[in-house]
Design a protein around this ligand. Structure first.
Ligand SMILES: [Zn+2]
Ligand SMILES: [Zn+2]
Length: 383
């Protein structure tokens, strides 16, 4: 599992930082989180993300710096599938069979309509199908944030499901509501991964996404079994499955004594635009990597908070409470330069190092500033 940071800037794309976009690569699949303007160029630049492998796209909220790249990206992927010379996005033939591919897109209410309208009005036909599953926000904790939408009742599936179905859109998109049993919005689960969402406090409905693997069963300690006189063969399989075994001499082999400790699965939380992440605390607990926005430095707290954003201290406090191992800051105001991206930095320039330093004052784990092109491996905790 790794996370590729494709756009780490806030507000708009600049030559050094593209608007928000990330990709998680997991077990041969690629999932995109946010797709700001310019994301497709970033994907082409990395060479590590194969667009034909993108099976799920998660949009945190409908602000343009997280969304405006999506229709364009879908069209370019589509073109690439069709083109014989594959020049558009280097889609590899084995990646995909467009005829039975459905790209699943998740995001707040309104996303379905946005895609419908943009694809219908631009007469865009895709070479694959897509479906939009909409997350229905809870209104309770949101009052008035400057520049926000005062009428939260509009953010409902009924209001948003206007416009005619796009020719490539599957009509079975779900409306996903808060589910108390998982303390969040249940997105997806299979044997390899569970994906949940939690609501963040921003100027419009916004969601954070949490990806976590199930624990890996402990290793069978075969040397120990041999010493105990267990003959190699089918008995090993039984013990590994947790069954007790009685040997010919009457010795009972208890699997608990011969199976190593369970390996915890990896967990990544992605919390973009937010001035308050606390309602997602339980689903973020014990994450290996917490990716949290930190738009401006601590001294800009008031401006940051009023605009629905976080400072490094806010990100650090939340990461500490969630017992995260690594905190990755992102969504930086374009005013912060980065030694990885800018060739010339002088003493008067503000840099992301300041933001990392400020987060480090409140968070004892590892703090990293994301930059466009960073690929962060997520390793399993070893017990
Ligand atoms: Zn943003
Ligand atoms: Zn925003």
């Amino acid at each position: 599992m790794d996370v590729a940071f494709l756009g780490t800037g806030s507000g708009y794309p600049s030559p050094c930082r593209s608007a928000s976009c990330m990709a998680i690569r997991h077990e041969g699949e690629v999932w995109l989180i946010d797709c700001g303007e310019g994301s497709q160029t970033q994907i082409m630049k990395t060479k590590l993300i194969r667009p034909g492998r993108i099976t799920k796209i998660f949009i945190t909220h409908l602000h343009g710096d997280h969304l405006f790249g999506l229709p364009g990206l879908l069209c370019t992927i589509s073109m690439a599938y069709k083109s014989s010379n594959e020049e558009a996005m280097e889609v590899e033939k084995e990646d995909i069979d467009p005829t039975d591919t459905i790209v699943e897109i998740y995001g707040p209410c309104g996303l379905r309509r946005f895609l419908r309208e943009s694809l219908n009005l631009s007469r865009s036909i895709l070479s694959f199908k897509y479906v939009v599953h909409e997350l229905v926000p809870e209104n309770k904790q949101y009052n008035h944030i400057k520049g926000g939408d005062p009428d939260w009742s509009k953010w409902s599936p009924d209001h948003m499901a206007t416009g005619s179905l796009h020719i490539n859109e599957c009509k079975h998109g779900r409306a996903i509501f808060y589910d108390i049993s998982c303390e969040g919005w249940f997105i997806f689960k299979d044997e390899k991964i569970t994906i949940l969402a939690g609501q963040l406090c921003h100027r419009i409905p916004a969601f954070g996404y949490v990806f976590f693997e199930p624990p890996k069963p402990g290793r069978l300690e075969s040397e120990k079994l041999q010493k105990a006189g267990v003959p190699k063969g089918p008995l090993y399989g039984k013990i590994k499955r947790g069954e007790s075994v009685t040997l010919a001499d009457g010795t009972v082999i208890n699997p608990r004594d011969y199976i190593g400790p369970e390996q915890p699965g990896r967990k990544v939380a992605i919390l973009q635009d937010t001035r308050d992440s606390w309602s997602t605390l339980s689903i973020c607990q014990n994450c290996d990597v917490m990716i949290h926005e930190a738009t401006n430095e601590n001294s800009h707290y008031k401006q940051c908070y009023d605009n629905g954003h976080s400072t490094p201290a806010m990100a650090a406090e939340f990461a500490t409470a969630a017992n995260a191992s690594t905190l990755v800051l992102t969504h930086f105001s374009q005013r912060y330069k980065d030694p990885h991206l800018h060739e010339e930095i002088d003493d008067t320039d503000l840099t992301v190092d300041k933001l990392v330093e400020e987060a480090g004052e409140g968070f004892l784990g590892n703090v990293i500033a994301a930059y466009d092109g960073l690929i962060l491996p997520v390793t399993r905790k070893v017990r």
